[in-house]
Structure formats: structure tokens, C-alpha cells
Design a protein around this ligand. Structure first.
Ligand SMILES: [Fe+2]
Length: 392
């Protein structure tokens, strides 16, 4: 930037979402193209008043566009990466309209990570802690379990620096990185985070897949102990929960907190159709949900890898539900195997085009430049099946 050039006022994603969630009056002005706006929007836990005026409309008729904007609240302008929106902010401010640019635009929104501590009933806070890291723009959830000076990270996103810094601030080191499955909607940060931390990495692809990542194999039922010499131990039990993918695993943290990956969400189940084997994977998922998880009590806390709507975030900020409530509320858990398979078949839909390429990277069969990965990851995840309407 040239010396003396005025700086366009901006706001970062985190503070913007905090203000919107708190109900502060503001307006989002989205200047992306129509198709980008239709496909994916910035959302808050409360509705955010949003005005959509494409950037090129501003170029053609700035005065006309200004007339369409309310003047009684601050306007936050966003675009894909924060470039054209900055120019719109300059135009607005020249016209005396209070406005700021969303730094980094929707790319920053899609990458933003929000850590929320999961209540574990560990009175005194001396023992272990569990954090849910919410990638709100994509609806992806990852987890950090800390006990003593050791931490396990589950399903990390690509921003490995964020997880490394977060765990360091907890006073711990990462000793293991786990993925619940070979993700299709985002490039896993697992292998890179394990490498930079000197930690072991685990993911199971299941039969029929060529997995080229370096993993330390873990078996169904194996118990990992975390905390070691600090005298505090939390157990993490590996559970094979095939269906969403043949290798899908869930992790039972302590005795009650189940990291389910894409096996079971708080209001739906994971899609069993992403590998092109909807019949076989649907049957596997049915048996996992009805038999594999049958021994877990109703007060088990389901902590999934994705959510679909921000209304799934609880008042405490956590996306979670008691297993008993999920068993009662999610229709897919209340129907017969044949009905389940038919329901899964009926909702097969083509996955986003990039999913095949993301899977190849996550298997270790290909590499990807960060900019390309960012492009692949634009938009919300499409990992959930449903909704189904039994009886209809
Ligand atoms: Fe998935």
C-alpha cells in the first residue's frame, strides 16, 4: 500500500460472528455473484440481516446501490476473499456510510475455527478437558482432548498452526492425531499436524482402499490412555463403526463422550453413498447404529464431526446430544434394515465435484496446493443423509 493511502476499516471473522451472535444491530452486504450467494452465505446463531448487491452493480451504478442500503446500522461488506468488498467499503465511506470490510471474505469465514469447551462434569477442572473446535463456515467439528500435559487431536482441519498453538496454550503437547474416517468434504490436517508435532497418526480407510498415509494402526476396542505421568488419565476407546465409510471409527472419551465422526450426527446420520456402494455401506451403517452402539447408555454424549444448521449449536455453544435423545428423535434409528437401506438409496445425490479429489489427497494418493484445497473446500459440508419421512 502506498504511503498515506487510507486504510480500509475491516473486521475479522471471529469478532463479527461474536457481535452477530450477541444480536448487535448490523447489516451484511454481500457483493459476490448471484450463484456464489445462492450456494453459500455467512450465517450467525441469530439471523443476520443480509443485503445482496453484486460488485458489478456497484461499478455500474454506485448511487443507485447506495440508495438500497439502510443507514441506521453499521454495514459489513463481504466478497469471496476481501478484495472487491474493500473497494465497496471505500465507496460507501466516501458517501458517508459507516461500513467495514470483512477481512479475508468467505474464504476466511470458511476457515475460521471457534473452540468451545465441552462440559464433562469434571469438577474442579483438575483433570482432563475436551474441546470442540467449530469450523462454523463449513459445519465441521474437530476435537482436542487434554489430560495432564498430553493432548489428542481428532479430525483437525488443514490449519495445523491453529491446533499447535491452541494445544500449546493449554500447556500440553500433541501425542496423537486421529481421524474418524477418510474425509470427503475437506482436506484433513491430520497427517501434517502429526508430522509437525512428532505425534502418531491414525485413520482407517477400510477394505478396498489404497491408504498411503503413514499410520500407527489401532484395533477395534483398543484403549488409549492420555495424561500419563501427570497422574491424570483419561481413556479413549477406539470403536469400529463402519457405514459412512468402511473404515469409520468412533472414539469414546472417558466413559460418556462419543466422538462419532460422520456415523451419527445430532439430528441425522452420515451419508453412506459417497463411495458408490450405497447398498453395502447402508447395511453396515444400519448394523453399526443398531448393534455397534447398542451397548452405550442413553446418557452417552454424541459429539459429531459435522452439523448442517447453526441451530444445532446448543445454548452452551456445543453441538452435542444425548444418545438416548438421538435414538428417539432421528427417524433413521427407528426403522427396519430394509426401510433404512431403501431410505438411503432414495436420497442418493451426486456429491460435490471435488469430493473424489479430496478423498485421494486424504488417502495419500495425491497432494494439493493450499490455494486449490481452499477452492475445493468452499461451501458447507454435504455429509449428512436425510431428512427422511418414514411412512411417506
Ligand atoms: Fe465424512
Amino acid at each position: 500500500m502506498a504511503e498515506g493511502e487510507p486504510v480500509t476499516p475491516s473486521v475479522e471473522v471471529g469478532p463479527l460472528l461474536s457481535r452477530a451472535d450477541a444480536g448487535e444491530p448490523l447489516i451484511v452486504l454481500d457483493v459476490r455473484n448471484d450463484d456464489e450467494f445462492e450456494a453459500w452465505r455467512l450465517e450467525g446463531r441469530r439471523p443476520i440481516e443480509t443485503v445482496h448487491i453484486p460488485y458489478f452493480d456497484f461499478i455500474e451504478d454506485a448511487a443507485g446501490c447506495l440508495d438500497r442500503l439502510p443507514r441506521d446500522r453499521e454495514i459489513v461488506v463481504l466478497c469471496a476473499q476481501g478484495g472487491s468488498s474493500a473497494m465497496v467499503v471505500d465507496t460507501l465511506r466516501e458517501a458517508g456510510v459507516e461500513s467495514r470490510n470483512l477481512a479475508g471474505g468467505m474464504v476466511a469465514y470458511g476457515a475460521y475455527l471457534w473452540p468451545v469447551r465441552v462440559p464433562t462434569g469434571d469438577a474442579g477442572g483438575q483433570g482432563w478437558e475436551l474441546w470442540q473446535v467449530n469450523r462454523r463456515g463449513k459445519g465441521c467439528l474437530s476435537y482436542v482432548v487434554r489430560s495432564g500435559r498430553e493432548a489428542i487431536v481428532v479430525d483437525p482441519s488443514r490449519d495445523t498452526s491453529w491446533y499447535a498453538g491452541f494445544v500449546r496454550r493449554l500447556g500440553a503437547v500433541i501425542v496423537r492425531v486421529l481421524d474418524t474416517h477418510v474425509h470427503a468434504d475437506h482436506v484433513s490436517g491430520g497427517p501434517a499436524l502429526a508430522a509437525r508435532s512428532g505425534a502418531s497418526y491414525f485413520v482407517s480407510a477400510g477394505n478396498g482402499f489404497d491408504l498411503r498415509q503413514t499410520v500407527e494402526p489401532l484395533a477395534d476396542g483398543q484403549v488409549l490412555r492420555l495424561g500419563g505421568d501427570a497422574g491424570v488419565t483419561v481413556q479413549v476407546r477406539v470403536m469400529a463403526t463402519p457405514g459412512h465409510t468402511p473404515g469409520s471409527s468412533s472414539y469414546l472419551v472417558g466413559h460418556r463422550h462419543l466422538l462419532t465422526g460422520d456415523t451419527l450426527f445430532v439430528r441425522s446420520v452420515g451419508r453412506p453413498d459417497l463411495g458408490g456402494h450405497v447398498e453395502a455401506w447402508s447395511r453396515a451403517l444400519f448394523h453399526t447404529l443398531r448393534e455397534g452402539l447398542a451397548s452405550l447408555p442413553d446418557d452417552t454424549v454424541v459429539l459429531p464431526a459435522h452439523f448442517s444448521g447453526l441451530d444445532e449449536i446448543g445454548a452452551d455453544g456445543v453441538v452435542a446430544a444425548p444418545l438416548g435423545g438421538v435414538r428417539r428423535a432421528v427417524p433413521e434409528l427407528r426403522i427396519s434394515e430394509e426401510e433404512f437401506v431403501a431410505a438411503m438409496r432414495a436420497q442418493v445425490k451426486p456429491p460435490p465435484a471435488a469430493y473424489d479429489e479430496i478423498i485421494r489427497v486424504n488417502l495419500g494418493l495425491a497432494t494439493v496446493e493450499p490455494d486449490k484445497a481452499t477452492e475445493w473446500e468452499l461451501g458447507k459440508n454435504q455429509c449428512a443423509a436425510g431428512p427422511i419421512h418414514p411412512g411417506s
